[in-house]
Design a protein around this ligand. Structure first.
Ligand code: GLN
Length: 248
């Protein structure tokens, strides 16, 4: 199962956020502490998206282990941002290993990641995929469950559905179509982070001015809260709300 995280708050260096903590995302790529969904390492790709200012995010993603790419280490050392979404990937068996299959998926200000698996792929998704514009299906980033989940969320965002609702509706629809799926979704526009805990672990740590939402805590310091399964987090740098998915 992949690992992902989002950060909002005062600018931090990507190295401080993704490389330095004792159980950093980098370390989670070879020694995650919680792989309850199967798999042992997250070596099939990684990606980082960050907001350099008030505009659209910059994204860097590769289909190789995070530890084997010198460029991300160099970039991280010289880049700071006040909003970041990053992920390391363990491809589900049978799914392509390509740059385009690594999160974050992106459009405009949006960055998106999925930690989990859609059961019965691809057959279970035929009815929901059939409701998307053909163009969206022809231009999927990759033929993976995560890329399709992004297309389903994005379709709702484009229609003006609020982010929390777009995520909750997508989780609910996919859970009905593909029971047993693990659907931890993570979405940000650089100001708000929305994340579902649906079949996999999710934690958060908030201070008065910052928040980290992550698949697993990246250190043993105090302040981490586990998000209960079936719940949705909505966070800004200064406030966090956790609700049952059914109440969103
Ligand atoms: N199933 C997705 C993929 O293969 C997500 C992977 C994961 O969470 N391990 O890309």
């Amino acid at each position: 199962m992949c690992r992902h995280l989002a950060y909002l708050g005062p600018p931090v260096s990507l190295r401080e956020l993704l490389f330095d903590p004792p159980y950093s995302l980098l370390r989670q790529s070879w020694a995650p502490r919680d792989m309850r969904g199967g798999g042992t390492v997250n070596a099939d790709g990684f990606g980082v998206g960050w907001y350099p200012g008030d505009g659209e995010p910059v994204r860097y993603r590769r289909a190789q282990p995070m530890w084997s790419d010198p460029t991300i280490a160099q970039l991280a050392a010289v880049t700071s941002a006040g909003a970041v979404l990053a992920a390391v990937r363990s491809a589900t068996v049978g799914m392509a290993v390509l740059d385009g299959a690594a999160a974050p998926f992106a459009e405009g200000r949006w960055l998106f990641s999925h930690n989990g698996v859609v059961r019965g792929w691809p057959d279970s998704m035929v009815p929901l995929a059939g409701g998307l514009p053909v163009r969206d299906l022809l231009t999927l980033d990759a033929t993976t469950d995560s890329a399709l989940l992004w297309a389903l969320v994005r379709h709702r965002l484009r229609a003006g559905v609020k982010p929390a609702r777009a995520l909750a509706e997508t989780v609910t629809a996919v859970a009905v179509a593909a029971p047993g799926s693990r659907l931890n979704l993570l979405l940000t526009d650089g100001h708000t982070v929305v994340a579902s805990a649906a079949g996999h672990a999710l934690s958060l740590r908030a201070t008065p001015a910052s928040v980290v939402v992550a698949s697993e805590p990246h250190d043993d310091e105090t302040g981490w809260r586990e998000v209960p399964d079936g719940h949705l987090v909505e966070a800004t740098a200064t406030g966090v709300r956790v609700r049952a998915l059914a109440e969103v």
